[in-house]
Design a binder for this molecule. Structure first.
Ligand code: 5GP
Length: 123
């Protein structure tokens, strides 16, 4: 079961305008901004404006409108940032302690601009 949403998490505060961000794209249900500690030349975080802790909760509970808006925004960001060519990119999301999720508001990391290595390290 997903834990309760914490309205004071950093991304909730960004959505309320309490913390600045470098916005890449904003749509009715979605905000995308540059990660504060980029791990690749392109490192963008895409978040729904709704209060969802992780991917599973968003996938299960978001409206069709929110789901479409979020994923179309992701596609637009990949296009805007030049990631749709043959070099590709990675879109990943972390959840919970095993996933080492740091911020408990669902977010998709979109990374690109270099070879990103294997998805999971052996340790
Ligand atoms: P997670 O580990 O939860 O999947 O990823 C959280 C991400 O949020 C990290 O990559 C981290 O650098 C980023 N992050 C944490 N605080 C802030 C912030 O205040 N602003 C921005 N733009 N990114 C943040």
């Amino acid at each position: 079961m997903t834990k309760a949403y914490d309205p004071n998490n950093i991304f909730a505060r960004i959505l309320r305008g309490e913390i600045p961000n470098k916005t890449v794209l904003e749509t009715p249900h979605t905000l995308a901004f540059h990660d504060i500690g980029p791990q690749a030349p392109v490192h963008v975080l895409v978040i729904p404006k709704g209060a969802y802790v992780d991917f599973a909760e968003f996938a299960a509970k978001a409206s069709a409108e929110e789901l479409v808006d979020f994923h179309r925004a992701c596609a637009q960001i990949c296009d805007m940032l030049g990631l749709t060519g043959p070099d590709g990119y990675r879109a990943i999301t972390n959840a919970g302690s095993h996933g080492m999720q740091e911020v408990p508001h669902y977010h998709l990391h979109i990374l690109g601009g270099r070879v990103l290595g294997r998805l999971v390290s052996p340790d």
